[in-house]
Design a protein around this ligand. Sequence first.
Ligand SMILES: Cc1ncc(COP(=O)(O)O)c(C=O)c1O
Length: 349
Amino acid sequence: MKRRAALERMTPYHAGERRPGAVKLSSNENPRGCSPAAARAAIAAMEEAHIYPDGAARDLKALLAEETGMKPEEIILGNGSDEVLTFIAAAYINPGDRTLVGEHTFSQYRFATNLMDGIVETVPMPDLRMDPDRFLERISENVRALFLCSPNNPTGLAISGNELEHLLRKVPRETLVVMDHAYIDYQDDPAACDARQYIREYPNLVVLRTFSKIYGLAALRIGFGLAVPERIAEMERVRSPFNVSTIAQHAAMAALKDEPFVTSTLEDNRTGKARMIALFQELGLPHIPSQANFLTIAVPTDAREFAREIANKGITVRPLNSFGLPQHIRITIGTPDQIELLEAAMRKR
Ligand SMILES: Cc1ncc(COP(=O)(O)O)c(C=O)c1O
């Protein structure tokens, strides 16, 4: 069989490790689960399991519009925000087009580019920061898109509002700026950016959000993109008709309405973060100041080795070798009980 040449560049995704019986702090999920109301809504939606989903997700879009201050026609739903990334690539990247991707960031920007025979240019992050000026330096005529992530996975560092505005002003209107805000709900630095406010001024901006993190719905695969109606209509052309299940749509609506769950998740995250930072300081392991639901630490040995030792004590964490950081580990901020186990495991190393 003659394969597409693009396949050679498509490397398998390295998912966070799952081990039966182990606590999973390797994929930045919500350690408390999902809102009980969302779980009930998902179960109730099984009544409609024999009927195709509403492909236009009208009710969910109406609710999201209220929550985000956008219009329903400024929203596109994806089977996870991962799928919205593939819509972006399918709608805007022609073979040979270039995209700019940070040196240490989420792998799916590369995946989406490679899928469409685009060419990824890696933007260096020498101080681990995603520096908009370094992206601007690389802009040329055949750069079709650049992918920003704030707070960034795996550093947790956020791009400031000023930095983003500066970049948006300088990027040509023909170049798409993708801002992945998967972790934005956790950020508490008032200087950190929220790209949503720039969408109407910059029609080349697409913002990605997900229900997989703070809403705890990673298994249901649901995320969304925000952009001006023209961009959304272009991406809609490459979306398959029933990409988001009825179960996911109903769970997402219930999750959006359950504010107390979100508030208590944030509170747990805040206290858990402080406790984990105290542990890392006690153990002399430098951490990156994160604006997300995980912390990344520098470790003295190879990250895979370090992660294996912790996993053998019952907690899976994420070695960052595949992110180009072979001496860093990313650990999801757990529940108080999980952090207690982590403390014991790390002190015993
Ligand atoms: C930065 C970033 N974007 C997107 C995703 C994927 O989100 P989804 O589950 O909505 O596909 C992740 C998942 O870890 C992520 O870290």
